[in-house]
Design a protein around this ligand. Structure first.
Ligand SMILES: [Mg+2]
Length: 430
């Protein structure tokens, strides 16, 4: 009996899995579903129907009739004030293994939605180009059409995919607006923390994209959302820009630190009295005014274990049309991590918080496409969430990088590739 082709069907609204199948599944590495059935549900599990005649295609649509929330409510649930702190620590993991651990260590109170996401991730077989690094220009028109039909939601990065600085990348607006015309849901997911959502929407509109503030998910917004979620009531020391500041203001959180902070008269002259005792979090985003005094203050606040350390993202650099390298927020995050001897909780792509945020939006991962210009953030996020992925070479990742990616076959590997997003328009069957 092959559990990879197991169908779980409704039977009196309950489920039962024979022990031999549970053990077989564990040995085969089917982690999420049976782990939840065995470990998270405290009541005895009951009948299941096993049918090995099911097609792979059908497995992705199988409903799991488990009354999870009712069962789990009988288990002890940690509602004390430390739970948020524990969540914060969980989110600190940076590499794939750590975040996988994070997903595996879900609290007993699991929502049906979470289960369905795990289920889709484990049984998703509908990804036609899975990690193939396939150039869409080299497939048939039928395959392009099949690809276009395979997703209902499009998440796209902005810098390097839609525009560079204030210039739209040719064809990007036409492609995104075409997706919208097809009825696909569009979200702009950016690690850029320099603007608030309405500013991003305005910029997108000016460059020809149909966009509203509600369609934008930026790291400035995520920072405010995260701190509000944990009822943060102190002050933020912000190594960042107005985008984060305005999002913090919108949720009633005060902050200091924006703008230049020059050495005066020399760096040794800074005193403890220069620190604000109300600061309870250091947030690091993109800050063009970064300076030695700012690093001293950030590290000094972080000397207190109670002080939260949050970063918007760890992107190495901004995409740029000429040969000038513009260091990204990751540069500043590493600097503060080094001098504070602490590790930041990173909220943006591809880390756990933005993933959980997107999952809470109720997306169907198997029918969601993530578009990006950077494998380590955009494509990694897409893979971790179980989305399909499209890499474009109009931003950070170059065609030379792509050759290396193909040669090394080292994850994260995108499903499909295009020189630029606008190239899709010419491939669409008429
Ligand atoms: Mg980008």
């Amino acid at each position: 009996m092959d559990l990879c082709k197991m169908q779980i069907s409704k039977l009196d609204g309950t489920n039962w899995v024979p022990w031999k199948y549970r053990m077989s599944a564990l040995l085969r590495g089917i982690d999420g579903l049976l782990d939840i059935i065995e470990g998270r549900i405290r009541k005895p599990v009951r009948p299941v129907v096993v049918d090995n005649e099911v097609d792979d295609e059908d497995i992705g649509e199988v409903e799991i009739p488990i009354n999870v929330r009712t069962d789990c409510e009988e288990a002890p649930v940690n509602n004390n004030s430390e739970s948020d702190h524990e969540e914060s620590n969980e989110l600190e993991g940076e590499d794939v293994d750590e975040s996988d651990k994070d997903e595996d260590s879900l609290e007993p109170l699991v929502s049906i939605e979470s289960l369905q996401l795990l289920r889709v991730r484990n049984f998703n077989t509908s990804n036609m180009f899975k990690s193939a690094v396939q150039n869409l220009q080299e497939v048939t028109q039928d395959k392009v059409q099949e690809f276009l039909d395979s997703f209902d939601t499009v998440l796209t990065d902005c810098d390097g995919v839609l525009w560079i600085d204030n210039n739209a990348i040719p064809g990007s607006a036409g492609t995104m607006n075409y997706f919208r015309k097809l009825g696909k849901k569009i979200f702009y997911v950016t690690n850029n923390s320099t603007k608030i959502r309405s500013d991003f929407a305005r910029k997108a509109q000016e460059l020809g994209f149909v966009a509203n503030a509600e369609d934008i998910l930026s790291t400035a917004y995520l920072v405010a959302h995260y701190l509000k979620d944990i009822d943060f009531s102190k002050k933020v020391y912000l190594l960042g820009s107005n985008g984060i500041g305005e999002e913090l203001e919108a949720v009633g959180i005060s902050y200091i630190g924006i703008g230049p902070d020059h050495v005066k008269p020399d760096f040794k002259s800074m005193k403890p009295a220069d620190l604000d005792p109300d600061v309870g979090a250091v947030v690091v985003g993109f800050d063009e005014h970064v300076s030695y005094p700012k690093l001293m203050k950030a590290a000094s606040y972080l000397a207190s274990e109670e002080c939260l350390f949050i970063a918007t993202n760890t992107d190495e650099r901004f995409p740029r049309a000429d040969s000038i390298v513009v260091p990204g927020t990751g540069t500043l995050v590493r600097a503060v991590e080094t001098c504070s001897e602490r590790q930041a909780t990173v909220l943006g792509k591809p880390h756990a918080y933005v993933r959980k945020f997107l999952e809470s939006c109720g997306l169907n991962p198997a029918r969601t496409l993530m578009i990006g210009d950077r494998c380590t953030t955009d494509i990694e996020l897409g893979i971790r969430c179980g989305f399909q992925t499209l890499l474009v070479l109009s931003g950070v990742t170059s065609s030379k990088d792509l050759d290396q990616i193909r040669y090394e076959k080292k994850p994260p590997l995108p499903d499909v590739v295009l020189p630029k997003l606008g190239d899709l328009l010419s491939l669409i069957p008429s």
